[in-house]
Write a protein that binds this ligand. Sequence first.
Ligand SMILES: [Zn+2]
Ligand SMILES: [Zn+2]
Length: 237
Amino acid sequence: LAQPGRPVCRLSAETVNRYLNSLTYEKLNDPGLRAALREARGFCPRHGWGLVRHGAALSAASLLRDVVQTLQRALAVAHAQSAPALAVAGGLQSSFVAQPYNLHARTLAVLSPQVVCPICKVEAEIEGDLLLSFAEGLRSDSTLLGSYRVSDGLCLPHFRQLLAHLGEEEDFDALIHAQQDIWATLERQLDELIRKSGFRNSQVALREESASWLRAIAATAGEVFGSGPHGDGYRQG
Ligand SMILES: [Zn+2]
Ligand SMILES: [Zn+2]
């Protein structure tokens, strides 16, 4: 909590980053992962581009060759099945209009992800575990709430998930109050940024509030690591 940025976003990003690193060696031949990747029709855009790193070329080539082969086979099967149906449809005036849509639907279905991106799945599991241990920590560690209150807090999506993990009304209320304090601080910094920008005075010292607009994006949308706020060291303003 003492480190910059939202802790669940950060820890999740670190773990996903290690996982992506492991794809270039120990996880490369994991049959379960390869099967999931074929079924998912490749990575989601975020994790596909997240894999781009030193030493990943051969692993990415091997993993994605599998995916392309799967797409080729699936498309060939769907296309072979659609050909006779099209001929029949052409001869039947009444069903001619409806039939092509069905054929497209079948092709679209085999080209679509059959399961979620395997890294998204890993990410969701990590975040679920982190939020569960945070919820348990609120019960067992009396200092945690105080540390939370003076931190950047969780991003809105993770805050909602955390609230869903809390069983006790007392924990729920305490966390809501802490979050209200965090947002009040952010709101003050945003006000200051807007107010000082209005003066058109470049000499006015902007400290914490200068990056408050970036923190507001992270607070509501979540953090994206590797680029943007953290890559630019936004805490230094
Ligand atoms: Zn988050
Ligand atoms: Zn993904």
